[in-house]
Design a binder for this molecule. Structure first.
Ligand code: PXP
Length: 239
């Protein structure tokens, strides 16, 4: 049975749209756990555009399942992770101008750098996952850098415009998962997965964990909307 790790970044995105303190991603994480989520993940970006240092600190104090911190492989973040001690770190590429994480990490290009980062995180007792494109060469490189887990970037798959394209792109995900399994790496998948495109993964039991955020927040806004409006009507009607 695969695990679901809920990404709470976009609860913070809604908060940041107003620059106030609601909705709180820390409360959302608690609700996700009450609903049965196996873990919570958040991305502390260098520009703190959604999750901030306070969120990470409180998530560390309150998350009872498992906390996964997504971050760029840079000194500032390694220091923060070593102090906060999430159970796991997921290393991702980060560009300031991007809307969201756009591609997988190019581990092949900088193995020495990533090996050093993994070493520092392991010393702090933190497991390390590499967010990579579904490419067996990247899988090998992540293994060579002593990563514990790979998270297969499913963004390209989820953006497929036709059934044929989806099948082809899913085929790459399958190959990457098989290469990772052969190297005894843990296998996660995430980015762009929603209530429809995730169904194809039923056939891929090698994936142990799914990291999903945006589609859950989008669904929550819609399924909760009617109830929220009714509550406000009840209130206003008493005036
Ligand atoms: N995994 C990684 C490494 C990510 O960067 C993201 C987006 O923050 C996700 C999973 C979740 O993607 P989505 O919000 O599209 O579900």
């Amino acid at each position: 049975m695969a695990r679901l790790v809920v990404n709470v970044d976009h609860v913070a995105t809604i908060r940041q749209a107003r620059g106030i303190d609601v909705p709180d991603p820390v409360l959302a994480a608690g609700l996700a756990e009450l609903a049965g989520a196996d873990g919570i993940i958040c991305h502390l970006r260098e520009d703190r555009r959604h999750i901030n240092d306070r969120d990470l600190r409180l998530l560390r104090e309150t998350v009872k399942t498992s906390l996964n911190m997504e971050m760029a492989a840079v000194d500032e973040m390694v220091k923060i992770a070593a102090a906060v001690k999430p159970e796991m770190v997921t290393l991702v590429p980060e560009k300031r101008e991007e809307l969201t994480t756009e591609g997988g990490l190019d581990v092949v290009a900088r193995p020495d750098h990533y090996r050093r980062v993994v070493e520092q995180l392991h010393e702090a007792g933190i497991k390390v996952s590499f967010f990579i494109d579904p490419d067996p060469e990247q899988v090998k490189a992540a293994h060579g850098c002593r990563g514990d887990i790979i998270e297969i970037h499913t963004g390209h798959y989820s953006e497929a415009r036709s059934e044929d394209e989806a099948k082809r792109r899913f085929g790459r995900v399958v190959l990457a998962a098989e290469s990772a399994a052969a190297l005894d790496l843990g296998i996660s998948a995430g980015h762009g997965l929603n209530y429809i495109n995730v169904k194809r993964f039923e056939s891929l039991s090698l994936v142990e964990e799914y990291s999903i955020g945006h589609s859950i927040v989008a669904m929550a806004v819609l399924v909760g909307f009617e109830r929220a409006v009714r509550r406000m009507i009840e209130l206003v009607k008493t005036f």
